[in-house]
Ligand binder design. Sequence first.
Ligand SMILES: C[S@@+](CC[C@H](N)C(=O)[O-])C[C@H]1O[C@@H](n2cnc3c(N)ncnc32)[C@H](O)[C@@H]1O
Length: 305
Amino acid sequence: MERHIPVLLNEVLSFLEIRPGMRILDGTLGLGGHAEAMLLAAQAAGIGDAALLGLDRDEQALDRARERLLPFGERAECVRAAFSGVAEVLRLKGWETVDFALADIGVSSLQLDSPDRGFSFLADGPLDMRMDQSGGMTAARLVNQAPFADLRRILAVFGEEPLAGRIAKAIVETRAREPILTTGRLARLVEAAYPGRWRATARNHPARRAFQALRMEVNNELAELEAFLRAIAPRLAPRGRLAVIAFHSLEDRLVKHFFRSEAEGRPGRAPSLRLLTRKPLGASAGERAANPRSRSARLRVAQRM
Ligand SMILES: C[S@@+](CC[C@H](N)C(=O)[O-])C[C@H]1O[C@@H](n2cnc3c(N)ncnc32)[C@H](O)[C@@H]1O
């Protein structure tokens, strides 16, 4: 399997203000690419006591990250948890504050490239899409049980899919005949719901938006992101930084509004964050060419007052 390339790595590292004894929280360990690079950067700066706490809700990702971070010994701890559990993880670790927090949200290449995880419309596999496979609703359950109106809303809102109604109708009609259990079946069904002229001119696979939408619903991604921002912002140390890489306009908008409202403050509440990126940073031309996934990545960083 291809090695995961951390997105916007140089940009993230440029915001990492290395200090002795610093505490780094990586909310999305994935394959440990950013985590490893941050610890190496601290080491290269002569800071050998920087510690990293990394989370992921995907057990397979955690195994990979643990292996990669083994050389850092006890300075790197990897914990299975979702964003919504981050406050509890920090409490158990005894970290009241963190100096740098990163969330590189979305799916990892490990998840996308493993057909058995059900994230990819390009390879056939079970219609799963759960980042945390220990429980919760699979995409198959959602696709086969959700009412038409819910499917249409999910496709329209999370997928920004102009043909949401048509695709939801095709799903409901197909499942009345036989359950939709594989990614291949769903991808073909979505493709067939697209009028021929749309298919011919589409820049991306017709199923891309639908798969993204279902994945966001299955993993409750927007609510999780909001929970992370709300938990971490008040736990940043003075001058501590929070960096978020989003791949979807809804996620980026959520981060932008959260950062702005914290930076503006409210009546009776002083501003708590300062924006370090007025506009989100995107990948360089070189990175875009080397890693197509980086094309939609947007990095925003804010600093505790
Ligand atoms: C894009 S990958 C991160 C890649 C990582 N930065 C690297 O360099 O290897 C995103 C990871 O975040 C995890 N993730 C996404 N949403 C999460 C959530 N709400 N809670 C915990 N982990 C989450 C996914 O399981 C996935 O492994």
